[in-house]
Design a protein around this ligand. Structure first.
Ligand code: PLP
Length: 467
C-alpha cells in the first residue's frame, strides 16, 4: 500500500527492471509509433512514460515494474493528448447564434467546398485567365459585393477592426474625426473605437453626451481640420430611455454640405431584414448606403454568415484611396477567406441565404420546429432515466448585433444533482458540448445545434447525465 514506507531494496530491484529507452524503441509497438509520429517525439514520450513509472516505484505506489507493452502504450496515450489540436469542433448548445468565443458563423456547405477547392491547389487568386496575365484578388468577392449592395466599389480585408483602422488611417490620419460620445464603444476582445482612432493617427472629436447627441453638436464641431464624420453601431449595448442621435441620413447631408465623407461602422454585416423572425430592426448595410454613408464597414462572420473578414463598400474614389494605402497590404484577405466569402455572398444573390447560410437558417427557424425537436430529445433522455424536460427560453443573435433582443425558443432542461459537474463532463466529451446553467438546471437550445451533431449530442448527454 502506498502509505507504507517504501522498501528500499525492493524499490531498487523494481527500478532496475525498468527497460532503457533504447530497449523500448526496439519493440514493434514503438516502431509503429515512430512511423506515425517520428523519432524525436516517440523518444520524448517513452522518456515521459519511464519517468512516470519511476516516480510510481519511488513513491511506493507500484509493487511491480510495468511491462514494456504497457510503457509504450502509456507513451502513446501521452503523445496523442500532446498532439491533440487545441482548436477543435464543439457543439454549441448555448442558443447564441453568432458566438464569438465559439468561432462565430458556421459556414454553408458551398462556402466550405469553395474553401477546400481553393486550399487544395493553385487558383486564379491573382491571375486573369482571359489574358493569361496577372489579375487582381479584388475581383472575386468584391464584384459580388458591388452587385449585392449596388455600391460603387468594395474591398475585403482581414476583419472589421482592420477595415475601420484602414478607413481611418487612409482618410483621416493627422486630421479630425467627429464621433458621438454615445458611440465610443468597446466591443469585447478589447476592440475600442477610441483606441482604433488613436492607432490610425486621427484625432478624435467627441460630441454630444453619453445619452443624447444632436445634429447641431456635429455641425458645431466641424472645422477645416475635419476629415470625416464617423458613425459606429452601438454593437453590444443599448441606451434605453432618454436618448437620441441624429439619423444617418441627416448626418450624411451635414457631412456632404461640408464636403466630408460619412464613414459608417455598421458592424454586423446584416444584408437581410431580421424583423420577420421576431427580432428588432437592425440597420442593414443597404440602409447605411441608402442613407448616404460614403463608406460602410462590417464583419464577414457575424450576420453575413461567412468567414472572418472585414468588408468595406462605398464610393469608388474613397475605396481607391484605401486600396493604395500600404496598410491595405498588411490587412488583406487571404485566398481561403475570399473563396468562402464569395460562396456566401452568392447565396444572397441567388436568393437562398435563408436556407443555405447556417446563421440565417437558425434565425429563421420556426419555433414549432424547435419545440418538436426539444420534445423528441427530452423523450429520448427520459427513456434512459435522465430528468429532462422542455422549457421556454430565448436564443440570442450575439456577435454584438441586436443587443437586448432575442428569439423565443424551447430548451431541453436537465435536472442534475451537480449541474456544474455535468457541464464540465460535457466539455470533456470527444466533441465537447457547451450549454448553460440556469436556476440549477443544465440547458441546451436546439436552435444552435447543427443537424449532423444531434446524435452525438444525445449520446454525450446520455453518457454524462445518467446518475
Ligand atoms: C464586431 C464589430 C467590430 C469588430 O469586427 P471584427 O470583424 O471582429 O474585427 C467593429 N465594429 C462594430 C460595430 C462591430 O460590431
Amino acid at each position: 500500500m502506498s502509505n507504507q514506507a517504501p522498501d528500499t531494496e525492493k524499490t531498487q530491484t523494481l527500478l532496475r527492471e525498468l527497460p532503457s529507452v533504447d530497449r523500448l524503441l526496439n519493440t514493434s509497438l514503438a516502431v509503429d509509433m515512430m512511423l506515425a509520429y517520428g523519432r524525436p517525439l516517440t523518444i520524448e514520450s517513452l522518456r515521459h512514460s519511464l519517468e512516470t513509472a519511476r516516480s510510481a516505484i519511488l513513491s511506493g505506489q507500484a509493487s511491480y515494474a510495468p511491462m514494456n507493452a504497457v510503457l509504450v502504450d502509456d507513451a502513446r496515450v501521452w503523445l496523442e493528448s500532446f498532439l491533440a489540436p487545441t482548436l477543435q469542433p464543439v457543439i454549441n448548445g448555448t442558443g447564441v447564434i453568432v458566438h464569438t468565443n465559439l468561432g462565430r458563423a458556421p459556414l454553408s456547405q458551398a462556402a466550405r467546398q469553395a474553401i477546400e477547392d481553393t486550399a487544395k491547389g493553385y487558383s486564379t487568386l491573382e491571375y486573369d485567365l482571359a489574358s493569361g496575365e496577372r489579375g487582381s484578388r479584388s475581383v472575386h468577392a468584391e464584384q459580388l459585393l458591388i452587385r449585392l449592395t449596388e455600391a460603387e466599389a468594395s474591398l475585403a480585408v482581414n476583419n472589421n477592426a482592420a477595415a475601420v483602422l484602414l478607413m481611418l488611417t487612409a482618410l483621416c490620419q493627422g486630421k479630425e474625426v467627429i464621433i458621438s460620445r454615445g458611440q465610443l464603444v468597446e466591443i469585447g476582445g478589447g476592440f475600442r473605437i477610441p483606441d482604433v482612432m488613436a492607432q490610425s493617427g486621427a484625432a478624435l472629436v467627441e460630441v454630444g453626451t453619453t445619452n443624447r447627441t444632436h445634429l447641431r453638436d456635429y455641425a458645431k464641431a466641424i472645422t477645416e481640420n475635419t476629415a470625416a464624420i464617423l458613425v459606429a453601431h452601438h454593437s453590444n449595448y443599448k441606451i434605453i430611455g432618454f436618448s437620441s442621435e441624429p439619423a444617418l441620413a441627416e448626418l450624411a447631408e451635414l457631412a456632404h454640405e461640408h464636403n466630408l465623407p460619412l464613414l459608417y461602422d455598421q458592424g454586423s454585416g446584416a444584408l437581410l431584414d431580421s424583423t420577420p423572425y421576431g427580432l428588432e430592426s437592425e440597420p442593414t448595410v443597404l440602409d447605411g448606403l441608402a442613407a448616404g454613408a460614403d463608406l460602410v464597414a462590417f464583419s464577414g462572420d457575424k450576420l453575413l454568415g461567412g468567414p472572418q473578414a472585414g468588408i468595406l463598400v462605398g464610393r469608388q474614389e474613397l475605396v481607391a484611396r484605401l486600396k493604395r494605402h500600404p496598410l491595405a497590404r498588411a490587412v488583406r484577405a487571404d485566398k481561403l477567406c475570399l473563396a468562402g466569402l464569395a460562396a456566401t455572398l452568392t447565396h444572397y444573390l441567388t436568393d437562398n441565404a435563408l436556407t443555405e447560410i447556417p446563421v440565417w437558417r437558425m434565425i429563421a427557424r420556426p419555433l414549432q420546429e424547435i419545440a418538436a425537436e426539444a420534445d423528441t430529445w427530452a423523450a429520448r433522455l427520459q427513456e434512459v432515466g435522465i430528468k429532462a424536460e422542455v422549457v421556454d427560453g430565448r436564443s440570442t443573435v450575439g456577435g454584438g448585433s441586436l443587443p437586448g433582443t432575442s428569439l423565443a425558443s424551447r430548451l431541453v432542461a436537465i435536472t442534475h444533482n451537480e449541474p456544474d459537474q455535468l457541464a464540465r463532463q460535457l466539455r470533456q466529451e470527444k466533441i465537447p458540448v457547451i450549454g448553460r446553467i440556469q436556476d440549477g438546471r443544465f440547458l441546451i437550445d436546439p436552435r444552435t445545434i447543427l443537424k449532423d451533431q444531434v446524435e452525438i449530442l444525445l449520446q454525450s448527454l446520455v453518457n454524462c447525465a445518467m446518475e
